[in-house]
Design a protein around this ligand. Structure first.
Ligand code: ADP
Ligand code: ASP
Ligand code: MG
Length: 416
């Protein structure tokens, strides 16, 4: 192997003991490959604490541009600490190592502070240093914008840093070490019957991640797919040498021999449902509503439109992330006047449950199985949306775990 990238998440670097164990893993992996970059997250819980502090300092009145750039300065600091600590732990073992912060690495991003996108990562000094055998310990989650200001990549963003570093180094493999030993058919915290998946296609992993499986940040999978970076998810809790036949490889669909109709079940509780009743029915209404939401940075997901009881009017139902619900409501209230509607309700106690699988392209009856499984548990479906390889339903949030388990069983995913 020519070059290798390893990434360790928050629980893997939770304290000094864990950091010492990570150093053991890195030292063991050195036997396989001399050119190694290690990307680290902040110690678990640190980022949440830093976010809380920025909110406390800013108070209720600072938003958007007045807040986001300094938010990044604060929350990026967690990764700086772990990068330095791991570099020291590696040196203590007699290895050559140094830390690299986002700006030193030249991990360039746009200016969307708090959720910045990577625009490039080009630093010949970094590559030279890695190839000279000095282990690079990279602070994940952070980059630098065109104005030289610190930016962060959105929660869970160290996964994306790792893939970006792997792409820049043209690494043979990007190993994401976490607290589970791979990608499972569903969140193993929800059901002990979840099974580890040996290999999963980029496309399926992208859907799983974007529909709620937080084991990999969605953008990391997007980036891996675009740059064809082989990504493996594995546990850092198994000692310096991972057991054989563990982990999950995220790779091209062609590399997977055994294809499932449904590969996984994902859920997201970060959902809000808006029901706009009796909306005027003429061309341009949907464009006005969703245009205003887009301009306000609200990411709309499911949309359903149907005739209202009142003649000549429509009902429009849509979902967006729960954290954007307050903002979206204010935008829509301002619109009433431009676009008339009779009433609007917002439900925040909803969840989205999805089944994903490339086999859906060529199999009939996948939706039927889903709807029957939910109805057998008395779970009502509020909204449905589909794409080529997934079906999502919106349900009452209190049924989330029941629905995930029922679907997991219905598609034959339960472990023996
Ligand atoms: P890290 O801190 O290492 O980045 P995360 O907490 O971000 O770790 O991601 C790992 C967690 O993702 C697991 O503990 C697990 O509960 C959750 N998870 C959700 N869906 C899945 C899935 N399908 N397979 C594996 N883990 C999943
Ligand atoms: N520390 C950041 C977070 O908690 C980034 C990461 O862990 O990937 O979101
Ligand atoms: Mg994570």
């Amino acid at each position: 192997m020519k070059r290798l990238v390893l990434k360790f998440g928050g629980t893997s670097v939770a304290n000094l003991e864990r950091i010492a164990l990570v150093a053991d893993i890195v030292a063991a992996r050195r036997a396989e490959c001399r050119s190694i970059a290690v990307v680290v997250s902040a110690m678990s819980g640190t980022t949440n604490q830093l976010v809380e502090w920025t909110r406390g300092a800013a108070g209720p009145d600072l938003h958007g541009k007045d807040y986001d750039d300094e938010y990044d300065v604060v929350v990026a600091s967690g990764e700086q600490v772990t990068a330095g600590l791991l570099a020291l732990a590696l040196r203590r073992k007699g290895l050559k190592a140094r830390s690299w912060l986002g700006w030193q690495l030249k991990l360039a991003t746009d200016e969307a502070h708090g959720k910045a996108r990577i625009t490039g990562c080009d630093n010949p000094d970094f590559i030279r240093s890695v190839d000279a055998g000095e282990i690079a310990v990279v602070a994940g989650f952070q980059g630098v914008d065109d104005h030289g200001r610190v930016s962060t990549l959105g929660r869970g963003g160290s996964d994306t840093s790792a893939v970006a570093v792997a792409a820049a180094l043209k690494a043979d493999l990007c190993d994401i070490y976490t607290d589970v030993d791979g990608v499972y058919t569903t969140d193993p915290r929800i059901t002990p019957k979840a099974r580890r998946i040996d290999k999963i296609s980029y496309e399926e992993m992208l859907e799983l991640a974007s529909l709620g499986a937080k084991v990999l940040q969605t953008r990391s999978v997007e980036l891996a797919m675009n740059h064809r970076v082989p990504v493996r998810v594995l546990s850092s809790f198994e000692g310096p040498v991972a057991k054989p036949n563990t982990g999950t490889l995220v790779c091209d669909e062609e590399q997977i021999v055994e294809k499932q109709v449904v590969s996984g079940v994902a859920y997201s509780r970060d959902e809000a449902k808006f029901s706009m009743i009796g909306v005027e029915d003429h061309p341009g209404v949907a464009a006005t509503i969703f245009g205003a939401l887009a301009d306000a940075g609200v990411n709309v997901d499911m949309i359903v439109q149907a005739s209202a009881k009142t003649e000549g009017r429509q009902n429009i139902v849509f979902t967006c992330p729960d954290r954007d619900a307050g903002h979206a409501k204010a935008v829509l209230e301002k619109l009433n006047g431009n676009v008339g509607y009779e009433s609007m309700t917002v439900s925040r106690d909803v969840a989205k449950v999805s089944v994903i699988g490339v086999g859906m392209r060529s199999h009939a009856g996948v939706a039927k199985t889903m709807f029957q499984a939910l109805s057998s548990k008395g779970i009502n479906i509020q909204v449905i949306s589909t794409s080529e390889i997934k079906i999502s339903v919106l349900i009452d949030a209190s049924y989330t775990e029941l629905a995930v388990r029922a679907l997991h069983t219905a598609y034959g995913l339960d472990s023996d």
